[in-house]
Write a protein of this length. Structure first.
Ligand code: SF4
Length: 351
């Protein structure tokens, strides 16, 4: 499969009438400037120049979460620019992310005109009370209607959901995943809530009204969600916000994150935790008390089996007194594993 190269263009929604509790758009407006066609062109040109793998599949992605809610002229301006590159064959596709209440036939026809391939919706939760509490300004019914329309117009549908919103429980998040699966997205992003400077959520933390999830809690829930989407072959394109200068460890001076389950390798934590469960599950099915096991996996999975900072190896030793040896084998399919007993407890006693 060809590598996919994303050319990200952040389109801020200046003057957004909404007031989502986790968003700092209001507090930063004035600091951020509108994305111009010239700036966008520069970003695209720069990315195309710096790209190492010229054969990679290239996609221009308008991020920001409200693309179809910004001024129509601005949308046309940016889309026509991106389409120029598609027509020249220099870029393969265009993706946008937007709010579910800013999708209708007219909007979709505009996106079709410029050959947009993928539309990602910021869903956040399937529970209307939680959406209201987060001041999202839309309901889950908007998500359902928008998703159906997007699929009817034959776009690739993406969903973004959050974990750890105020008053949201693990059951709510599992239910959100269930509801999303019914809407048949092609891909999902899962974002544990981070508390960003200057947001209403920061104020709630200071007032003791909101307590962010710990990393362990966020990993536990995300693990469950990843399993659910995986089972339905829905592509999980991101787990955890991308690590940037602003989205980084709350202890960093430049970080905009003040609290929440931030980890620079959050997805790896989730995948390692899933491997740990899988290995324990296999060990428990063995009919003898094992002392040393060898797990053979595809090299791509090896680090996740070992765990972040060898966490899985140490946890297995501490909890079950089992030594774990990891063998890499390219013939094993990614995500699959083979387990062999190297030493049972009886062997160990005889030694
Ligand atoms: S997250 Fe909410 S408040 Fe922020 S730009 Fe998007 S719609 Fe507006």
């Amino acid at each position: 499969m060809k590598e996919k190269y994303i050319i990200p263009i952040f389109v801020p929604h200046l003057g957004c009438p909404n007031d989502c509790i986790f968003c700092n758009q209001k507090s930063i407006s004035g600091q951020k400037e509108e994305m111009t066609k010239e700036q966008a062109r520069k970003i695209i040109e720069q990315n195309l120049k710096e790209m190492k793998d010229k054969d990679a599949e290239k996609e221009i992605a308008f991020f920001g979460g409200s693309f179809t809610a910004i001024k129509e002229e601005k949308q046309e301006e940016l889309l026509s620019l991106a389409y120029e590159y598609v027509k020249k064959g220099e870029v393969n596709s265009i993706r946008i992310s937007t709010r579910p209440d800013f999708i209708d036939r007219k909007i979709l026809k505009r996106l079709k005109k410029y050959k947009v391939k993928t539309i990602e919706l910021g869903v956040q939760s399937a529970n209307d009370y939680i959406l209201k509490r987060a001041k999202r300004g839309h309901t889950f019914d908007d998500v359902k209607k928008a998703s159906k329309l997007i699929r009817r117009y034959r776009f690739d549908l993406g969903h973004q959901m959050m974990v750890g919103l105020p008053d949201s429980t693990r059951i709510d998040e599992i239910n959100t995943a269930k509801q999303l699966i019914k809407l048949k997205p092609k891909m999902v992003r899962i974002y544990p809530v981070l508390v960003i400077k200057g947001t209403k959520l920061e104020k709630e933390v200071q007032e003791g009204k909101y307590q962010p999830l710990t990393i362990v809690q966020a990993v536990e829930t995300c693990k469950e969600l990843v399993r659910m989407f995986d089972k339905k072959h829905i592509d999980i394109i991101r787990v955890g916000l991308q690590n940037t200068d602003e989205i980084s460890d709350p202890n960093n001076k430049e970080s905009e994150v003040v609290a929440g389950p931030f980890h620079p390798a959050f997805r790896q934590l989730v995948e390692s935790a899933m491997w740990y469960d899988a290995v324990v599950d296999k060990i428990k099915k063995l009919n003898v008390k094992v002392k040393e096991v060898q797990v053979t996996v595809n090299p791509i999975d090896a680090n996740n089996v070992i765990g972040h900072k060898r966490e899985n190896i140490e946890k297995l030793k501490e909890t079950y007194d089992v030594d774990l040896i990891i063998k890499q084998d390219e013939t094993i399919k990614q995500g699959k594993s083979k387990i062999d007993i190297i030493k049972t407890y009886n062997d160990f006693l005889e030694d």
